[in-house]
Design a protein around this ligand. Structure first.
Ligand SMILES: Cc1cc2nc3c(=O)[nH]c(=O)nc-3n(C[C@H](O)[C@H](O)[C@H](O)COP(=O)(O)O)c2cc1C
Length: 382
């Protein structure tokens, strides 16, 4: 209440880039204060045994994670357990530093409970981020989202080399790695989600992984999908991903679509292109989660992401529950942290326990077991 009634309106008077930078600076300052850790722990870090999840060989204390893009450079990930999160994804990080796009890069859509960003995959680069993460003790599974350096001059085979070097750099340190495939890797703007580019990339990645695995524990590698993929491309991407032994999927990234928004068209046109997140993304992300779960027959965990905590008419845990019933094993949020504030994970976890009980489950593990049985039965029944 305090956040949505007082703090958010004040924050929304600030330029969105400035408020994000200030939040990161504040978070960095808090990270170094043990008294802040104590206070935050009491206020937000409330955990429930019933919500623990096992996925791709890792144990999660609850299903809610911080999505990529909030802590791009690994500056505040050590504080995220104190906000109650069950995992965090740092990045996306590129091999080389990249400045991203000039301002303005963020547009809030308060009427739609969304956000448009075109940061342009800015990154301090793998060397800086790796050094920052090197001596941290991760309390919760901490993934690193990787992207090709957004420099358009790096394309074709060089783009693959760039990605692989980055992959090797974080392989030992990260608990899991997410491949953000949405950066253009050719001069004509094609991304790694283009099956023609994805196939050689995944083949090269597999070879690199064999080398890296020899000196380390095998690492879960996930791919993050755009909600805008058409059905045919999605099928081809999934076939390639499954063949190369990908551990799971993060669904979804932001959308380029602008359908049914309440924000006036001239405002949208004035800002221009960018990825839309928050409430308007929910329906596309949901549809994508369902499709991937059905097409992969629930074989690999899905981390669902899109609009959690952005619908003012519903409890944020309901959006989480919906994703879980559609096939997700974990969820992530980004825009919801801006709209709901730092208590969002606590609110979700407290309510999720109630929702589970109302639906006759004593734990998430029991719910997942039941979901699996139902899928097997429905397949058996044709
Ligand atoms: C400002 C901003 C920056 C983002 N940067 C990244 C990024 O670097 N890598 C990535 O994979 N996703 C990025 N995303 C996408 C989010 O991780 C997430 O997939 C998307 O915002 C949907 O979730 P949400 O509706 O909870 O925000 C970004 C999103 C926002 C709003």
């Amino acid at each position: 209440m305090l956040y949505t009634r007082v703090i958010r309106p004040l924050l929304f008077t600030l330029d969105p880039e400035l408020s994000h930078r200030s939040a990161i600076r504040f978070g960095r300052w808090l990270s170094g204060l043990s008294v802040a850790h104590g206070l935050l722990r009491r206020a937000y870090d409330i955990q429930f045994q019933e919500l623990s999840v096992e996925a791709f060989g890792l144990g999660f204390r609850n299903p809610v994670g911080l999505a990529a893009g909030f802590d791009k450079h690994g500056e505040i990930c050590a504080l995220m357990p104190r906000l109650g999160f069950g995992h965090v994804e740092v990045g996306s990080v590129s091999l080389r530093p990249w400045p991203g796009n000039p301002s303005p890069t963020l547009l809030r859509l308060p009427r739609d409970h969304g956000l448009i960003n075109r940061l342009g995959l800015n990154s301090e680069g793998s060397e800086v981020v790796q050094a920052r993460l090197q001596n941290m003790k991760f309390e919760i599974p901490t993934g690193v989202s990787l992207v090709k350096t957004a420099d358009p001059a790096i394309s074709g085979g060089e783009a693959i080399e760039d990605y692989l070097e980055n992959f090797a750099r974080f392989y030992d340190r990260a608990d899991f790695i997410t491949l953000n495939l949405s950066c253009p890797n050719t001069v004509d703007g094609r991304t790694f989600e283009d099956p023609q580019a994805l196939e050689p990339f995944l083949n090269a990645l597999r070879l690199e992984e064999v080398k890296l695995k020899a000196g380390s524990r095998a690492k879960p590698v996930l791919i993050k999908l755009s909600p805008d993929l058409d059905d045919e491309t999605l099928d081809r991407v999934l076939a390639l991903a499954e063949r190369s032994g990908i551990s799971g999927y993060v669904i979804a990234n932001t959308t380029a679509r602008r359908e049914d928004l309440k924000t006036p068209a001239p405002v949208l046109a004035g800002f221009g292109t960018g990825g839309l997140s928050g409430l308007p993304l929910t329906r596309y992300a949901r549809a994508m989660v369902r499709k991937v779960w059905t097409r992969t027959r629930g074989r690999r965990p899905i981390i669902a992401c899109g609009g959690i905590g952005c619908d003012p008419r519903r409890h944020p845990a309901e959006a989480v529950w919906e994703y879980l019933t559609l096939g997700a094993t974990l969820v992530q949020l980004h825009t919801g942290l801006i709209y709901c504030g730092p208590s969002i994970v606590r609110l979700i976890n407290e309510e999720l326990v109630r929702i589970l009980r109302r639906n006759g489950f004593s734990s998430l593990a029991e719910f997942f077991q039941k979901r699996k049985e139902q899928l097997t039965q429905s397949e058996g029944g044709g």
